[in-house]
Design a protein around this ligand. Structure first.
Ligand SMILES: *Cc1c(COP(=O)(O)O)cnc(C)c1O
Length: 379
């Protein structure tokens, strides 16, 4: 349900007006459109969106409006979510392990592009003639926040056998990889692209397409990432590594959506070094169990941003579970008080997508902020 009743330009003006006790996500559609534009103009190939980063309808609609029409999906549910917003969307089913029922549902939905990382899963797909089979390659991690190769991916020798088998079954051969999320090192993509070329060569297969994955970093309140350096490194590596470079494709999740959202949480209580917030690692801060916290957290008191000397605080979430705390202390202004708001930038990816409803917490209202017209959106 969308309600158009009040206009807001910033988190601070909305918070001063509404004084919410529940978490609020602030959505900037213009920031999302600008980031989509950065990829669509700068990436030397097709840009698709990895739905799992944030499958909210308003995100899918905004990306569609920006010109993104192909999506990386990992489950029949994600297929439904995309189809509801964009019935004609192109779907790449790039979760390499699938139940037979999931394959049947995806085939019914028109999926013709699949990643695989083991022979048993290629066999499970059945007849793949004319379908794109993208072999998921795995190398040791380099420059990412954490290792995406720990679960999925075939090492070069196994990838070579898979690629040859896929081609022999009449599939359109491709390779995909994921350098690891929040990856700031262009060298990670370069290493993968050269390894992909060797695998294709060893398999005696000409790749139709090379999917260079997600993994592109978000600013998350820090310095804006150098996307151009990554895009150029990818393009150059593809030209160097292949005699005839395959068509390129990317499937960013985080980089497209993270910086279009911020999250405002309220301080419920303070006690010694500890502060208690109205959301935590069971909610929108779920990723902070595994990744360093983003920079740029702002503390808002009743009179504006607090700027007393920062002091380390132990940050607890609202649930009754004692592991509901951030793994690292957060440096926050010494004069922080009950009722203050903490604004966390860059929370558009893997925040609401992961948040649980544990203990009755974890829901957030979404408020849309815009430079041209500002509306409160209830979702
Ligand atoms: C999660 C995922 C992505 C998106 O990763 P980001 O780090 O969010 O860009 C892309 N491709 C696959 C196969 C994934 O599993």
């Amino acid at each position: 349900m969308v309600r158009q009743d009040r206009f807001f330009t910033t988190e601070a003006t909305h918070l001063a007006h509404a004084m919410p006790e529940a978490p609020v996500l602030y959505f900037r559609p213009e920031a999302l459109a600008a980031r989509a534009e950065t990829f669509l103009r700068g990436f030397p190939g097709q840009v698709t969106y990895a739905v799992k980063a944030n499958p909210a309808r308003h995100v899918l609609e905004a990306l569609r409006a920006s010109g993104i029409s192909a999506f990386d999906v990992a489950s029949p549910e994600e297929i439904d979510w995309v189809r509801r917003v964009l019935p004609g969307a192109v779907l790449h089913y790039n979760n390499p392990v699938r139940a037979r029922g999931e394959i049947a549902l995806a085939r019914e939905a028109g999926v013709t592009s699949w990643s695989v990382d083991r022979m048993s899963e290629l066999d499970k797909l059945g007849d793949v003639a004319g379908h794109e089979i993208s072999v998921r390659l795995k190398l040791p991690v380099l420059g990412a926040a954490y290792d995406f190769g720990a679960k999925f991916g075939a090492e070069p020798a196994a990838a070579t056998a898979l690629l040859a088998a896929a081609a022999a079954r009449g599939a359109r051969p491709a390779i995909c990889f994921h350098p690891g999320t929040q990856c700031t090192e262009p060298a990670a993509w370069v290493a993968y692209i050269h390894a992909a070329a060797r695998v294709a060569d060893d398999a005696g297969v000409t790749l139709e397409r090379l999917n260079v994955g997600g993994g592109f970093p978000a600013a998350r309140g820090g310095a804006s990432p150098n996307f151009r350096a990554i895009f150029q490194a990818i393009e150059r590596a593809a030209q160097d590594a292949f005699e005839t470079p395959p068509a390129l494709l990317c499937e960013p999740g985080r980089a497209l959506v993270a910086d279009a959202f911020s999250l405002a949480l309220q301080v419920k209580a303070l006690s010694g070094e500890a502060i208690f917030l109205n959301d935590g690692v069971y909610g929108h801060l779920a990723e902070w169990r595994d990744m360093a916290a983003g920079a740029g957290v702002v503390t808002l008191g009743p009179d504006g941003p607090r700027n007393a000397q920062p002091e380390p605080r132990i940050v607890f979430g609202p649930t009754c579970d004692s592991i509901d705390r951030l793994p690292e202390v957060l440096a926050l202004p010494a004069d922080i008080a009950e009722g203050d708001y903490l604004i966390f930038p860059g929370l558009g990816a893997y925040g609401s997508a992961i948040a649980t409803g544990f203990n009755g917490y974890g829901r957030a209202e979404t408020v849309t902020l815009s430079g041209t017209g500002h509306r409160v959106t209830e979702i």
